[in-house]
Write a protein of this length. Structure first.
Length: 339
């Protein structure tokens, strides 16, 4: 198996193939390479050796089939594994144990060679909610900021995106992404282990997604401005974030934790969020969905055994967080960069 660093570097040769569709992405290669060196290569993760070892032992097989559509991301079937001396069931059990070394699996679900990875989140539900409202990604160049393990990148590939580039600094998620991607290497999807702050203002993507990131930022309007800098003029922003009930004057800054998360900063009401987008220079702003997260969408599973949403809510009132704030609800807002 190719190691994770080589897979990450492969982005550069792969994007070169896409330069005709992606315009001037090539001119940012140097800046990206420098950021990767500084933020990724020079900062080894404490578990890198362990993960590299587990990654190298994954089966080197070709999937006989795959599908990335509404039925989920499914790559290969159990019969493809055919490990010498092992029954099909034993091969699947072995792969399951190998994949569990990369827990927690938060975003999914995935099915790999007969192993069902029942992730903490039903990320497919989020895709279903936003999909009818966005410009179809077919033929478009897409940037997914805070993409987690890249589950939605696979869904974008399925819908014919010309290039879907994900950005996420969490190392474990990079491994999870490549666990799936290595079996379908030709897909035009890539994940760079960076933060959005490390990226140049590309000014070229047709669509930029920021799903579940804004509330993690201390300076939300700066994040929106940054997202605008990634888009081409006329490009589309798809923004999903935590919101609270209220009007154009309402924003919640938790005193400390929110739903037991320590890194939550600004939770606006929808009209306030739309004002922020206006102030950041976006036009044609419309909120297309607001949804209170259910304990069916985010829950503890065998693949994410820590606390999950149910433990983050007030045991006496599921409409409140453990700390007494309004329970998590998420809005999807679409906006454009002026043409
Ligand atoms: C709540 S998860 C959302 C994942 C995915 N977008 C989804 O909606 O299912 C937030 C993700 O944003 C990433 N993240 C946090 N700050 C970031 C930043 N400044 N730049 C890029 N990613 C960031 C985290 O590593 C995490 O994977």
């Amino acid at each position: 198996m190719t190691d994770i660093d080589t897979l990450t570097e492969r982005f550069f040769s792969a994007t070169a193939l896409h330069t005709t569709q992606v315009g001037n992405l090539a001119k940012h290669h140097q800046a990206l390479a420098a950021a990767l060196q500084r933020e990724y290569a020079d900062r080894k993760h404490g578990r890198q050796a362990e993960w590299d070892d587990a990654f190298a032992k994954l089966p080197a097989v070709e999937p006989s089939t795959y599908s990335l559509g509404p039925d989920g991301v499914r790559i290969g079937i159990a019969a493809d594994l055919s490990l010498p001396g092992l029954s099909e069931d034993d091969s699947v059990a072995r792969l399951q144990a190998q994949l569990q070394q990369f827990s927690p699996w938060r975003k999914g679900p995935w099915q790999l060679f007969g192993v069902d990875i029942d992730t903490e989140w039903h990320s497919d539900w989020k895709w279903q909610r936003l999909r009818p409202h966005i410009t179809p990604v077919k033929g478009r160049t897409v940037l997914d900021i805070g993409c987690g393990n890249g589950y939605h990148l696979f869904r974008m590939a399925d819908e014919g995106a010309a290039l879907a580039l994900g950005i996420d600094p969490t190392r474990l998620f990079l491994y999870q992404f490549h666990i799936a991607k290595q079996y379908v290497p030709a897909l035009p999807i890539h994940l760079l282990p960076l933060r959005s702050e490390h990226l140049p203002a590309f000014n070229l993507f047709d669509t930029v997604f920021s799903l579940g990131v804004l509330y993690h930022r201390r300076s939300p309007i700066d994040h929106l401005t940054e997202l605008g800098g990634f888009l081409r003029p006329g490009g589309e922003l798809v923004l999903e974030t935590l919101v609270v009930p209220g009007d154009e004057h309402t924003v919640l800054v938790p005193a400390d934790r929110y739903a037991k998360m320590s890194n939550v900063w600004f939770l606006p009401a929808v009209p306030m969020l739309e004002t922020w987008l206006k102030r950041a220079g976006f036009v044609n702003i419309r909120t297309v969905d607001v949804d209170q997260t259910s304990i069916l969408e985010q829950r503890r599973t065998d693949w994410m055994t820590f606390h999950s949403l149910e433990d983050f809510l007030d045991p006496a009132d599921p409409n409140k967080t453990f700390e007494g704030y309004p329970a998590p609800r998420r809005s999807i807002t679409i906006a454009e960069k002026p043409g």
